[in-house]
Design a protein around this ligand. Structure first.
Ligand SMILES: NC(=O)c1ccc[n+]([C@@H]2O[C@H](COP(=O)([O-])OP(=O)(O)OC[C@H]3O[C@@H](n4cnc5c(N)ncnc54)[C@H](O)[C@@H]3O)[C@@H](O)[C@H]2O)c1
Length: 365
């Protein structure tokens, strides 16, 4: 019998990559639960809109009643929880939606799952019950900022610095508490910065690619020396599936791509590749568009992950290096300018309740 998984936030960047993996490489039935904020884009899953193993439910994770009905209707054997407000800059301008979705939404979902899991215990045999898991997808940003050396791992203390990372840290702690207090079988993953196809063009890599193609400025915060450890989104999606299928309840797993780069290096690499793949008509280099802008408030200096635990215990290994992944990503954006144009024109929002989105979209793209 085919089993059903819930993916929250499946219309977002990482959630849609996970759903593409689940539909193409497994036989799970997938239910995508997404409110469709400005970041939710069903065009990223257009290929599956008529697939009988894929269902979409436009539901806010803060809505306990609707969530309860979905659990009764589909009876999932697992939940991969990705729905969140995810952009640090937006959290600095206004944190309310981050508190609401990331903390209250996760709490609401946990309570609904706890109730559902209690009912499952009375009807399922032990073996089937053991495959139920709640995978909570979190970030390396909950650990704070590193100096020039060292790595985050599962034992690193929490030290969030931005409204975004504080809201994610809060949700991680709630998830841990629901394991210790109620025995809910949870797994937490903390990953580094993702990049790849279908990334909303407010984040550094797609922003730089798309601005360059439109000959706009390429903004670099401060001196561009902040360091991030880049993870190709499909490698992350494979890690999440492993965390669901093989992860031990109550444990957390750090996922990182072994790809540390300064922001300036990232921008320079994108310019080099574009100079080669899509030379400018005026024969100038894309590097000329680089513009240094005022640094982000409280900008963490360095994130870097030690993924030894997920590599050794779950057999995960990234397949992409930054060099191969960024080539694939840039080629995807060159081949999918329609997808970008629909985001920039707002056409992708035709699916959405625009009351929420219109007030915050313009400022960031
Ligand atoms: N992108 C990264 O580099 C990164 C790194 C580490 C961790 N994460 C975490 O991974 C998860 C996914 O990140 P992403 O980059 O795909 O984010 P995203 O912003 O692209 O997508 C988030 C999705 O959640 C949905 N959503 C937001 N609020 C909701 C609500 N109240 N109810 C239901 N759906 C709602 C949005 O519509 C959107 O489809 C997040 O939890 C994020 O914190 C992301």
């Amino acid at each position: 019998m085919k089993k059903t998984l819930f993916v929250t936030g499946g219309a977002g960047f990482i959630g849609s990559a996970l759903i593409r993996l689940l539909i193409k490489q497994t036989d799970y039935i997938v239910v995508n639960i997404d409110k469709l904020t400005y970041a939710g884009n069903l065009e990223s899953l257009k290929a599956f809109s008529h697939n009988e193993r894929y269902h979409f439910e436009q539901v806010d994770i803060c809505d306990k009643h609707k969530l309860t009905n979905l659990f009764e209707q589909y009876k999932p054997i697992g939940v991969l929880h990705l729905a969140a407000e995810s952009h640090v800059d937006r959290s600095i301008v206004g944190s309310e939606d981050f508190i609401q979705t990331n903390i209250i939404g996760t709490y609401t979902l946990l309570e609904v799952v706890r109730d559902y899991y209690t009912k499952l215990k009375s009807i399922l045999d032990t073996n089937t019950l053991e495959s139920f898991k709640f995978v909570h997808v979190s970030t390396d940003e909950v650990f704070g900022s590193l100096g020039d050396s060292g790595y985050f791992n599962e034992k690193t203390s929490y030290d969030p610095r931005s409204p975004y990372s504080a809201s994610k840290a809060s949700s991680d702690l709630l998830v841990k508490a629901w394991f210790h207090t109620y025995g809910l079988p949870i797994v937490i993953t903390n990953c580094t910065n993702n990049y790849g196809p279908y990334h909303f063009p407010e984040k550094l890599i797609p922003l730089v690619i798309n601005n360059a193609l439109q000959l706009k400025e390429l903004p670099v915060y401060g001196k561009g020396n902040n360091i991030r450890d880049w993870l190709y989104v499909d490698d992350h999606a494979r890690g999440l599936l492993l965390a669901y299928e093989l992860g031990i309840a109550g444990e957390s797993y750090c996922i990182g791509g072994h790809n540390e780069r300064t922001n300036l290096e990232v921008v320079n690499i994108i310019c080099d590749i574009l100079d080669e793949l899509k030379p400018r008509e005026d024969n100038k280099s894309y590097h000329e568009l680089i513009t240094y802008v005022k640094d982000r408030a409280g900008h963490d200096y360095r994130y870097a992950m030690d993924p030894t635990k997920i590599e050794n215990n779950l057999g995960w290994k990234p397949q992409e290096t930054f060099v191969t992944g960024i080539q694939k990503t840039i080629k995807w954006y060159l081949d999918n300018q329609d997808w970008v144009a629909h985001v920039q024109s707002g056409e992708y929002l035709k699916w959405v309740d625009t009351n929420y989105t219109s007030r915050i979209l313009d400022r960031f793209i």
